[in-house]
Design a protein around this ligand. Structure first.
Ligand code: ZN
Length: 342
């Protein structure tokens, strides 16, 4: 991770000191995000139905890997977490994954053999977004069990605090690829509960390290909200988020909220409820982001924003809340709700 990508460096850059109210510091923000997770844990449903053929973390037969590197496509990537790959010899330092079908191998010669014979050149499932070289597929975890299990196992090599291995069949996976003459190369993905009325619109998100800081994470986040919007649901990510994930979300939420406030003639009279409805963000996330941006709120019947166009412009100029490098072009999105597919 480069220096700019570290949470502490983002916080130090904040010159937002023109309001008297003391804002939350990053550790407070992360703690708050975790508290939200604890409050909602009783209703979490992703752990009810373990996947067949994959050992759960912590179970007797699960192996904690010593894998240090992942070879996928043209990249050899240092891993940051462990993953319970089955039948894994502790001495395997590197795992080889086919970037198209996601099958994993422990030997380079098996990998070379597989690459020669594998005919897949894109993820399974249906294309839901296409803009230039960026293609996003929706994959049903129940229909493509093996692909999704392999994806979760690989993701766990980079996600410390996410239990990604439970119940892929209850989830949809949105796979972002970059297309070139050789095929569609995996960049990242997010998973989402199949229940369309859930206000958790993203369970897990990963952008592979070589593709970080290019806007793909925020593009996936934007897609998760676009899907919720089409379903008429106000949503947000499952908590807790990683430090990097939290900063990515705070930056995204901040930008969208500021853009909305900027175009509102009386930003000092807006309630949190209105902001939540306008943006599709759950109220907790709106409140947290406003605190992070040092935009003061106060209580009457609801939180009321206390801000001015000058303050909004000041925040908009800050690097943390700049416009994302990539955004969802609605005309390129062909995703449909379950009811409109029938
Ligand atoms: Zn393959």
């Amino acid at each position: 991770m480069d220096k700019e990508n570290r949470p502490g460096h983002h916080v130090k850059k904040l010159p937002l000191g023109d309001q008297g109210e003391k804002s939350l510091k990053l550790p407070d923000i992360l703690r708050a995000l975790n508290l939200i997770r604890i409050n909602k844990e009783s209703s979490a449903n992703v752990q009810e139905d373990p996947v067949e053929n994959i050992t759960e973390p912590g179970s007797k037969s699960a192996h904690t890997s010593k894998i240090r590197k992942l070879q996928i496509g043209r990249y050899e990537i240092e891993t940051t977490s462990s993953s319970p790959y089955p039948e894994l010899n502790d001495k395997v330092p590197i795992i080889y994954v086919c970037e198209f079908c996601l099958k994993y191998m422990y030997l380079r010669k098996s990998y070379s053999y597989h690459l020669f014979h594998c005919k897949k050149r894109r993820p399974p499932g249906s294309l839901v977004y296409r803009k230039d070289a960026i293609h996003i597929y929706e994959v049903d975890g129940n229909k493509e069990k093996l692909y999704c299990q392999c994806l979760c196992l690989m993701a766990k090599l980079f996600l410390k605090n996410k239990e990604t291995l439970y119940s892929p069949k209850l989830l949809f996976f949105y796979i972002l690829c970059l297309k070139d003459k050789d095929g569609e190369h995996l960049v990242g993905y997010f998973s989402r509960d199949k229940k369309s009325n859930s206000n958790v619109n993203l369970n897990c998100i990963l952008v592979l390290p070589p593709y970080m800081r290019k806007g793909y994470g925020k593009l996936l986040i934007a897609l998760s909200y676009e899907i919720s919007r089409k379903e008429g649901v106000i949503g947000g990510p499952q908590k807790p988020l990683s430090d990097v994930g939290s900063l990515c979300y705070l930056s995204y939420w901040g930008h969208i909220l500021l853009e909305w406030l900027r175009h509102h003639t009386s930003p000092d009279r807006i309630t949190i409820e209105e902001l939540s409805k306008a943006t599709g963000f759950v109220k907790e996330d709106v409140i947290l982001t406003l605190k992070f941006m040092k935009i003061r709120t106060y209580y009457t019947d609801d939180h009321i924003l206390y801000t001015t166009p000058t303050i909004i412009e000041n925040r908009r100029r800050h690097a943390n809340f700049k416009k994302p490098k990539l955004s969802i072009q609605k005309k390129c999105l062909v995703w449909k709700t379950a009811t409109s597919r029938k």
